[in-house]
Design a binder for this molecule. Structure first.
Ligand SMILES: *Cc1c(COP(=O)(O)O)cnc(C)c1O
Length: 352
């Protein structure tokens, strides 16, 4: 740290992204990317737009916002896009949480939430999960706090029902409830169905997982138009050109190719069910996941050791050192052959 770093931020511990080692070719099952390429129309849209990079992007991102609004059945002024959904989550924390409306979120969840809270000096409380890693809805009913819940949750993959989410939203009418649906396309129900009923609900999604665009950085939020206007105030106060031209057009093309991505999600879901069954056969405990990953613990080998042994064999999974989850690994669901390679490698590790 330099002597110039402000006192306000000197204790900030940044988010740690999944490792991207360059020393060999790995099977990457550690950052929940899609194993499938973007569709051909997306690659074409990017190539066309690349020839216009001397011009700023459309600050209103009309192409992708219009496509999203039409696809999900909302007015275009209910949609904002961002540089990855991480950015719009940060905007939402800035806009809707402070000392008067502090944050609450599960103790085991996406690691960026405490970082954004610290960065924006927002007080926050982390609520423990139940012993089975489920969220106890009662902990979020009538709290008068700003709430963020990932649904499905990460890294557990477990879901709350829409009825439970509605109870939370309804019972905190004076605060914003943010539902982070980064993984919703892999089998969970979306809270988008509640958006027009509640003015305090913000639903955040991303193109990074189900739409094969992690590298393009594109996320979005949908909510009441006044919430979206507030988020635009933050956007225009930080970076009006937050989504670049190529990503704007790539996103619009991806929405138009929805069937391709929906089919890929079905493949991932089938591979998830297959992988879960094989891991259970091998003695693993696997949490019930509706995401493109599983969270699993072996009865024969420790979490960190399994992670390290898999890495030696060229397979990356995500291991967290937090005490309550350190025996688990989060394994991204890839292609069938990647999952077969994972299972074969685990069998050989356990057999030694
Ligand atoms: C991956 C992820 C995100 C955001 O990813 P972006 O690439 O920034 O869109 C947000 N929330 C959760 C829970 C995630 O796992």
């Amino acid at each position: 740290m330099s002597k110039f770093f402000t006192d306000r931020l000197s204790a900030l511990i940044p988010y740690t992204p999944g490792e991207q080692p360059k020393d060999m070719q790995y099977i990457k099952l550690n950052t929940n990317e899609s194993p499938f390429n973007p569709s051909a129309a997306v690659a074409e849209a990017v190539a066309t737009e690349a020839g216009k990079l001397q011009l700023y992007s459309d600050p209103e991102n009309t192409a992708v916002r219009t496509a999203l609004a039409k696809h999900y059945g909302f007015d275009v002024n209910q949609v904002i896009v961002s540089n990855g959904s991480d950015e719009v989550l940060n905007f939402a924390f800035m806009a809707f949480a402070d000392e008067k409306s502090p944050l609450i979120f599960p103790e085991i969840t996406y690691g960026f939430y405490p970082v954004f809270a610290e960065l924006n000096c927002i007080p926050y409380t982390q609520i423990p999960l139940r012993d089975d890693f489920s969220i106890d809805v009662e902990d979020y009913i009538g709290k008068n706090k700003t709430i963020i819940i990932a649904n499905p949750n990460a890294p557990t993959g477990m879901v709350l029902s829409i009825a439970d989410i509605e109870q939370i939203v309804k019972s905190n009418p004076d605060n914003v409830v943010i539902i982070d649906e980064a993984y919703v396309d892999f089998g969970a129900d979306s809270a988008l169905s509640l958006v027009d009923k509640y003015d305090n609900l913000l639903v955040v999604q991303t193109f990074s997982k189900s739409r094969s665009l992690a590298g393009a950085r594109l996320g979005f939020a949908i909510g009441n138009k006044d919430l979206i206007a507030d988020l635009n105030t933050i956007k225009y106060s930080t970076n009006p050109y937050n989504v670049n031209r190529m990503t704007d057009m790539a996103g619009a093309a991806a929405i138009k190719d929805n069937q391709y991505y929906a089919d890929n999600c079905q493949t991932i879901i089938a591979n998830r069910e297959w992988t879960t069954a094989r891991l259970i056969d091998l003695g693993f405990e696997v949490l019930p996941s509706k995401a493109n990953f599983v969270f699993a613990k072996s009865d024969k080998i420790g979490g960190e050791e399994l992670y390290l042994r898999l890495k030696e064999q060229g397979i990356l999974v995500r291991h967290f050192t937090k005490d309550t989850i350190k025996e688990y690994n989060r394994i991204t669901i890839g292609t069938k052959s990647q999952m077969q390679a994972l299972i074969d490698t685990i069998i050989s590790i356990l057999g030694e």
